[in-house]
Write a protein that binds this ligand. Structure first.
Ligand code: NAP
Length: 549
């Protein structure tokens, strides 16, 4: 899923002449799970496809995010491909929530099982791609000079693949080791006996902090916004549970497809309002979901995401858990988030809050003690010097658009994607962009991917793209391009749906609010089943909202 992070917007490459460019049906950018799935599907359809990947291996997210404690926050039995019965029967997850090494093994297994590697070029960074109107092909060039002329360009470069490295003034003065969770080294990082500073308290930090604290001499956490974390209750995968799902994996997948996020059918939302039950009943229902763990807490009542008053009851429940868990009342209070729960993506944790009871863990609240300067030995926040041997930036991603905007894409008339998306990532169905014919984006803005089990979202997008190409081929058509009016209406739709929820009421990466200067536009769409229906409807109507030529 990850393309490169080193890529910076550069001058558009000269479109290579067709003579030197390898002709392809599909050029796929990124060899994460999306790229692998797209490649396999395209080949089964008889298409000539190639994947280029900036990294030295396949796996995307799971190739790069190797920080201590990294694991999936959707249950392993759901976080896997459903397109091949033999694959899903064969693969065995060892834990309820798989850890990064196992997830990376899974990606490699998929690449080997379906013999995909001969069509994957690793260590190959896309320098740019331009739509050539004369040949109706995408002319793409890699930094190494290789060139392709592809009918279709498929961006499988990942919604969370461009790390956010904030421009901390004076960070260069710090002489210790600086690590980013999303670009973790491949060799083991040993924090034993070290003083470690962690900046950020999102999902990555919430997973990493408890694991680092087990060996470090001291962990100092610099928190700008407190996070809601729900216990994973991770552990070895129960053999009976696995066998039960494998006995009808297809049925399990189908039931998940009907859920708002494409997952969680084992624990569907209760169809009752949080405001319609007594305080005692409410507490008992929250407790039940807390005991099970994971995202299901947000389904305790059907209105937690759409009704601020109901949401506040869930938020206060979690704050109660924080106060119960964290012994130091001041630390507990600082760890209590104030924004609506679920507004920023919920974290799924193992021992996060309890870690603050360790004598070697301290919290610095950047709201009251902002970072003032970096020094050779650490940083100063709120007038206090914090000396650390290593600094972990768990500062997240330039989400959904970051990677694409670095990739130097040009559509019709030479329009750059940067110009097109100046005010936000306009697109139709999250899959296509007006003015950029035959360009498809997997799991991007305008789709439900960020709110969905991303593998489910990927498989849906891959099928839709493959069907669309089959339709063009069957009708002797060369191009498909979203219409500008359909695109404009889609942006209104995505934001109208968001406006019915609590999602607009905090500074999340969904809104682009974590990146200074990024246009504020709510990027993901909420509600997977309705989205799938809409995409199918558009196709059934001969690709309504598109121009086919
Ligand atoms: P994140 O949720 O965006 O968290 C980044 C953290 O860094 C936030 O606490 C943020 O504070 C802080 N931060 C950013 N810039 C800062 C600055 N200039 N000064 C101080 N603090 C700053 O990123 P993430 O934790 O990497 O997670 C991103 C997404 O990746 C998740 O939402 C999830 O979708 C996915 N993910 C999933 C898992 C999993 O469990 N499977 C694990 C990791 C990531 P503010 O909140 O104030 O911006």
């Amino acid at each position: 899923m990850a393309a490169s992070l080193s890529a910076t917007p550069a001058a558009t490459p000269a479109a290579p002449s067709t003579g030197h460019a390898l002709p392809l049906d599909l050029l796929i950018v990124g060899a994460g799970l999306a790229g692998l799935c797209m490649l396999h599907k395209a080949r089964r359809q008889g298409l000539n496809a190639l994947v280029i990947e900036a990294a030295g291996g396949v796996g995307g997210t799971w190739y790069f995010n190797r920080y201590p404690g990294a694991r999936v926050d959707i249950q392993s039995m759901e976080y896997s491909f459903g397109f091949d019965e033999a694959l899903q029967q064969h693969w065995h997850w060892t834990e309820r929530y798989a850890a990064q090494p196992e997830l990376l093994r899974y990606a490699n297994h998929v690449a080997d099982r379906f013999a995909l590697r001969d069509a994957i070029l690793l260590n190959t960074q896309l320098a740019g791609a331009a739509f050539d109107e004369a040949s109706q092909r995408w002319r793409a060039v890699a930094e190494g000079g290789q060139a392709w002329a592809a009918r279709f360009l498929v961006m499988a470069s990942g919604p969370l693949s461009s790390p956010n490295q904030p421009d901390f003034p004076g960070l260069a003065r710090y002489t210790g080791r600086v690590l980013h969770t999303a670009r973790w080294p491949h060799e083991a990082v040993d924090f034993t006996g070290l003083r470690v500073g962690v900046i950020g308290t999102g999902s990555s930090a919430v997973q990493a902090i408890p694991v680092i604290a087990e060996v470090a001499a001291q962990v100092t956490v610099f928190q700008r916004t407190a996070s809601y974390a729900v216990p994973a209750h991770n552990g070895p995968l129960d053999a009976d549970f696995e066998a039960g799902i494998k006995a009808d994996y297809a049925g399990f997948r189908a039931r998940n497809q009907r859920m708002m996020g494409g997952f969680g059918s084992l624990q569907p939302p209760n169809l009752v309002s949080a405001l319609a039950v007594s305080p005692e009943q409410r507490q008992a229902m929250f407790e039940e979901r807390w005991r099970i763990g994971g995202f299901g807490l947000l389904g305790t009542f059907h209105d937690l995401i759409v009704n601020p008053a109901a949401n506040e009851l869930a938020a206060e429940f979690v704050r109660g858990k924080i106060r119960e868990t964290v012994h130091n009342p001041a630390t507990a209070e600082a760890l209590c988030p104030r924004h609506p729960i679920g507004c920023k993506r919920l974290c799924v944790d193992t021992n996060y809050y309890a870690t603050y009871n360790r004598p070697n863990v301290a919290l610095v609240n950047l709201q009251t003690s902002p970072i003032e300067q970096f020094t050779p030995s650490g940083l100063v926040a709120g007038g206090l010097a914090h000396d650390v041997d290593a600094l972990v930036l768990a500062t997240g991603f330039d989400a959904m658009t970051g990677t694409l905007l670095k990739l130097n894409l040009r559509g019709r008339g030479g329009q750059t994607i940067q110009a097109k998306w100046q005010a936000g990532p306009l697109n139709y169905l999250g899959l296509t962009v007006a003015g950029f014919p035959n360009l498809f984006n997997i799991a991007g803005p305008g789709s439900t991917a960020a709110f969905t089990n991303v593998i489910v979202a990927i498989e849906h997008h891959v099928s839709w793209i493959a069907d669309c190409i089959a339709h063009l081929d069957a009708h002797g058509l060369a191009t498909i391009e979203a219409n500008a009016d359909a695109e404009a209406a889609w942006a209104v739709h995505v934001n109208t749906v968001a406006a019915r929820t609590v999602y607009l009421s905090c500074n999340s990466w969904y809104l682009g609010a974590n990146i200074p200067g990024k246009p504020r536009m709510f990027m993901p769409l909420f509600g997977y089943p309705a989205y799938v229906e809409k995409c199918a409807q558009v196709a059934a109507q001969g690709y309504a909202g598109f121009t086919l030529a």
